[in-house]
Design a protein around this ligand. Structure first.
Ligand code: FE2
Ligand code: FE2
Length: 378
């Protein structure tokens, strides 16, 4: 069993000050490249029987016909007035009372239209920057899976996901560069998680960290943002990225369901702990401490005003709506005497356990195929 300090680097996983300090620690950020030792063997398989795993085979065939082109399938001529769109979504003045936040004694009490809109535009810059960095993490993780997974159907499928992730990095980077107003570096909490996933020598841990946890959260976040934004280019970009992401999460669930059936309780417990560490890292990054810092407000002070002593909020909980049912489907909630069930209960996300899992949702989320067939629903 691993202690909290060893797993996440602090004794109390809910220590808000420690979470914010780490997010603001620039020593983790490198210049233009960052190297991680991936500790894994590249594995050949001489068993070339295609379709031995029908679920993966079907996913591979689907991936081949649902490819899209980030250059030509999105209308990059769309004009994006970030400030006007932000005003449309969040209004032109802060309403702290409505948000239930006491801003007395903080710089926020002097905020008017300019600061409010700037803050919300920075939030968007930050969020899309993290999506872009996360997409590169997915690109590297999935390239690693091509090498490490011993099953030929999985290597074939993973190869299509590598192409998908290249396209996702490309379109998020282009959107940030040409339509928004600034970039942020990789969030420290997200970066530590990506490093842990890439450094683990066991091939199934790449799937658990990336396909189940990171991509499960991304799928929920993209869905929320896609419904919220009135901006047509971003809406279309997210519809298409989600079509791909739903396959990626299905890839994780289908592969691990087979593999976990062979594992011992002790081995499953290690997977539970890894999943919980990933959940904490993703929750902690969402505090967006870097945005407050850029706005000239002390993140240590204002985040506490927003959160009190509670780390979770309803929006953040919603982001776990795909992860928890998928962990349940994999048997991870209830092995080891329900260890992960107890942890997910503590962080307030267990309520999603009976929501739809993502093993087959990719068929209904395939907006690329829907558009090509000219079917309604776009
Ligand atoms: Fe992606
Ligand atoms: Fe993905």
């Amino acid at each position: 069993m691993t202690g909290e300090r060893e797993r996440i680097g602090r004794d109390d996983v809910n220590d808000l000050d420690a979470i914010v300090e780490l997010a603001l620690d620039r020593s983790h950020i490198d210049d233009t490249i960052h190297q991680v030792t991936d500790n894994a063997d590249a594995v050949f398989s001489w068993d070339y029987e295609k379709g031995a795993r029908p679920g993966l085979h079907k996913l591979y065939e689907k991936a081949k016909t649902s490819q899209w082109n980030g250059e030509t399938d999105l209308d990059w001529s769309t004009g994006v007035d970030q400030e006007a769109i932000t005003a449309q979504v969040v209004g032109t003045e802060p309403n702290w009372a409505l948000l239930g936040v006491d801003v007395a004694g903080t710089p926020l009490e002097r905020w008017g239209r300019t600061e409010w809109l700037e803050f919300n535009m920075e939030q968007q810059n930050w969020m899309l920057s993290q999506f872009m960095h996360g997409e590169q993490g997915a690109l590297l993780c999935t390239a690693k899976i091509v090498e490490t997974v011993p099953w030929i159907d999985a290597k074939y499928y993973a190869a299509t996901q590598v192409m998908d992730e290249a396209r996702h990095v490309e379109v998020f980077a282009r959107y940030l560069d040409t339509k928004l107003s600034g970039h942020y570096p990789l969030n420290v909490h997200l970066g530590l998680l990506l490093d842990d996933i890439l450094a683990d020598s066991r091939w199934d841990m790449t799937y658990l960290g990336m396909q189940v946890m990171v991509e499960g959260l991304a799928l929920a976040a993209f869905g929320y943002l896609q419904a919220l934004t009135p901006e047509p280019l971003l809406k279309q970009l997210l519809r298409y990225v989600m079509s791909d992401e739903a396959r990626h999460v299905a890839f994780g669930v289908l592969s691990l369901r087979e593999y976990y059936a062979e594992l011992s309780d002790a081995e499953l417990r290690e997977r539970q702990e890894f999943a919980f560490e990933a959940a904490l890292r993703m929750r902690d990054r969402l505090l967006a401490a870097e945005v407050w810092e850029r706005m000239g407000a002390d993140p240590r002070q204002v985040i506490r005003r927003f959160r009190g002593d509670r780390l979770e909020d309803p929006f953040q909980r919603m982001l776990f709506s795909k992860i928890v049912p998928n962990c349940k489907k994999l048997g991870l909630l209830d092995s080891s005497g329900g260890w992960l069930r107890d942890r997910f209960t503590e962080i307030g996300v267990i309520g999603f356990e009976d929501w739809a899992d993502t093993a087959s949702e990719y068929e209904s989320l395939d907006e690329v195929a829907r558009d090509r067939a000219g079917r309604p629903g776009a």
